[in-house]
Design a protein around this ligand. Structure first.
Ligand SMILES: NC(=O)c1ccc[n+]([C@@H]2O[C@H](COP(=O)([O-])OP(=O)(O)OC[C@H]3O[C@@H](n4cnc5c(N)ncnc54)[C@H](OP(=O)(O)O)[C@@H]3O)[C@@H](O)[C@H]2O)c1
Length: 289
């Protein structure tokens, strides 16, 4: 199977690499072209623009930072829309809001093309290991055609119905995750300030009903103040912002999510946007008594 791949950030690079390793012929494009080099070493070819990639492939996947990047790659000059046509499918796996996905879907369909949104749950390591959870929505026929690629990139693919449902599900998941990371950070700092060993807190948490892989993975590095980015904090804050907007639309009061978003914003203002989202711990610690 031949696929195009647009966006070789932390996630896109790992996902495209998995496709290559499993025998897919992959044409890659990234805004910063040098990020294509490693993929080329593993057999990928390079398209000069998103339009060139779409022209060359029946299916094109995108993994871009946010709504403005997803819209730009679709609509701008040399973008996806210039070459999408009947018989071609575009699968956007970026985390965006439903409105962005719907806008891209309408434009793709107006050119006779097919669209699927397919954001993912799971971070850098699951992306490298092909263990993502794929939250697809849109054209069922395209979903079925994409299953071989999804099976390489993920451990489970959900089809959630009309375009927008994948985006919404992803935002709900990340809203919960962002709140958990804030509560966890406050707990670690509360343990330290009240004279407890945070390592012991990790052991206690891991044995009880609120044990989870995220606390287990991030706790030890947070205690060491180490935040190599797996999921950049600026993207987590974007997801909180988009989830809160979804809450607004549905008139749902979300005080915990709103407070968590404020802390992520403070972390960004401390210059931590490109650090891992667990660096929100630094924003929690920065509030002195
Ligand atoms: N990392 C995770 O753990 C994780 C997990 C699940 C979902 N996600 C979601 O997956 C998406 C990608 O995340 P990531 O961690 O891979 O982010 P990343 O490392 O920051 O990569 C972002 C990608 O988007 C491209 N980009 C940004 N603005 C652009 C623009 N205006 N035009 C064209 N390309 C643009 C970047 O190109 P350049 O290289 O030129 O900057 C890069 O390829 C995000 O929506 C994120 O929320 C991430």
């Amino acid at each position: 199977m031949e696929v195009g791949f647009l966006g070789l950030g932390i996630m896109g690079k790992a996902m495209a690499m998995n496709l290559l390793k499993h025998g897919f012929k992959v044409t890659v494009w990234n805004r910063t072209l040098s990020k294509c080099d490693e993929l080329v070493e593993h057999g990928a070819s390079v398209g000069e623009t998103p339009a060139a990639v779409v022209k060359r492939n029946k299916y094109t996947i995108a993994m871009l930072s946010d709504p403005s990047a997803a819209l730009s790659v679709a609509f701008d000059k040399d973008g996806v829309l210039e070459e999408i046509c009947a018989g071609k499918g575009y699968i956007d796996m970026s985390t965006v809001d439903a409105e962005t996905s719907i806008k891209i879907n309408e434009a793709i369909q107006s050119k006779g093309g097919h669209f699927l949104e397919a954001p993912v749950s799971g971070s850098k390591k699951p992306a490298e290991d092909g263990q993502l959870i794929i939250l697809a929505a849109g054209e069922k026929a395209l979903f079925e055609q994409a299953v071989p690629a999804f099976d390489v990139m993920g451990k489970k693919s959900f089809f959630l119905g009309p375009v927008g449902n994948g985006a919404k599900m992803k935002l709900v998941v990340n809203m919960i995750m962002g709140c958990m990371m804030n509560a966890f950070s406050e707990g670690l700092e509360l343990a330290s300030r009240s004279g407890l060993d945070p390592h012991t807190l990790l052991d206690v948490l891991d044995l009880g009903a609120i044990a989870n892989p995220m606390f287990k993975l991030k706790g030890p590095t947070m205690i060491k103040n180490s935040y190599a980015p797996a999921f950049p904090l600026k993207h987590q804050q974007k997801d909180m912002r988009l989830a809160l907007a979804l809450g607004d639309e549905n008139a749902l009061s979300m005080p915990i999510a709103a407070a968590s978003n404020e802390v992520f914003k403070r972390a960004r203002s401390l210059g931590l946007g490109d650090s891992d989202f667990s660096a929100v711990f630094e924003a929690v610690k920065s509030v002195k008594h």
